[in-house]
Design a protein around this ligand. Structure first.
Ligand code: ATR
Length: 272
């Protein structure tokens, strides 16, 4: 008898989550029967919802907004990425409780590799200094870029985030009125795509052949895509990061890494 792998993603909002489709694709790819539910959950409800998942035979979960920090407290052990990011997006049950992981940053690095965007020796500009940026800094610094420059509307937030990661490599943080030298890659990591327009960064902050990667995808990616295209930079949205972080979570749960590019092809066909 085969029993399915019981998994869930918790967050709020959650109804538009693509994770059930992505993990369904991975399961079909690897011949693993997957029962992966998207469950709405507020910060105070997380312990009870996790207990319900375990009672129903669940062995793993993903956490998304607003639960990535709260989730830390549910874990008896954290991987290095989760400790450095101070956030957790993947939980795995063992005999004694939940193990916590953060696959967001490693998922981004996988996608940048897929897209042929080099990190080693690159000058990287990151726009935004919130939780999304905290989640990607350690895996990016591990690739030994020439420097990472964080720019943020609130300068102090950029400076203190840079300070927190300064033991891992060359990194600095500034306000949007800074005038950094030209960079090879811009990572857009603010939440403005959901509400506002892209701030007018000076075009000479990026080299003419620079790449732009937006952590947002879908409709929230549009303001950044329009801005980058207006300036002639090749731009990619963050769907591949979502699939990359999911592939790494699936590997944590099953020991098998699904094919990332095959899942991207199927998902692209499904979404178009
Ligand atoms: P997340 O976890 O998604 O990173 P967050 O921690 O709330 O969310 O951070 C949101 C980021 O988007 C911050 O860098 C924020 O800038 P501030 O630190 O100055 O608030 C940035 N942001 C949001 N809306 C913005 C806007 N309209 N223009 C510029 N930056 C914006």
């Amino acid at each position: 008898m085969t029993s399915s792998l019981r998994l869930a993603v918790f967050g709020d909002p959650i109804s538009h989550s693509l994770s059930p489709r992505i993990h369904g694709l991975f399961g079909r790819q690897l011949g693993v029967e997957v029962d992966y539910q998207a469950i709405r959950c507020g910060v105070n409800e997380l312990p009870a919802k996790l207990a319900e998942l375990v009672a129903g035979g669940g062995i793993g979960a993903n956490l998304t907004l607003p639960l990535k920090q709260t989730g830390l407290r549910q874990c008896r052990q954290l991987d290095r990425a989760a400790r450095l990011a101070r956030a957790v997006n993947t939980l795995k049950l063992d005999e004694q409780g939940w193990l916590g992981f953060n696959t967001d940053g490693p998922g981004l690095v996988l996608d940048l590799e897929r897209l042929g965007i080099a990190l080693t020796d690159a000058r990287i500009l990151i726009l935004g200094a919130g939780g999304a940026t905290a989640g990607i800094l350690a895996p990016m610094l591990a690739k030994k870029p020439a420097c990472i420059t964080i720019l943020n509307r609130t300068a102090e937030r950029a400076a203190s985030l840079a300070e927190r990661f300064s033991h891992l490599g060359a990194i600095s943080g500034h306000g949007l009125n800074a005038s950094p030298q030209a960079h090879d890659l811009l990572i857009q990591a603010t939440s403005l795509g959901h509400s506002g327009a892209m701030p007018e960064l000076a075009p000479d902050w990026l080299k003419p052949n620079a790449r732009v990667y937006d952590l947002n995808y879908g409709r929230a990616h549009q303001p950044v895509a329009d801005w980058a295209e207006r300036h002639g930079w090749r731009v990619d949205g963050g769907l591949g990061m979502l699939v990359g972080q999911a592939a790494l979570a699936f590997e944590i749960w099953t020991g098998q890494r699904p094919s990332f590019s095959a899942a991207m092809d199927s998902l692209g066909a499904e979404l178009s």
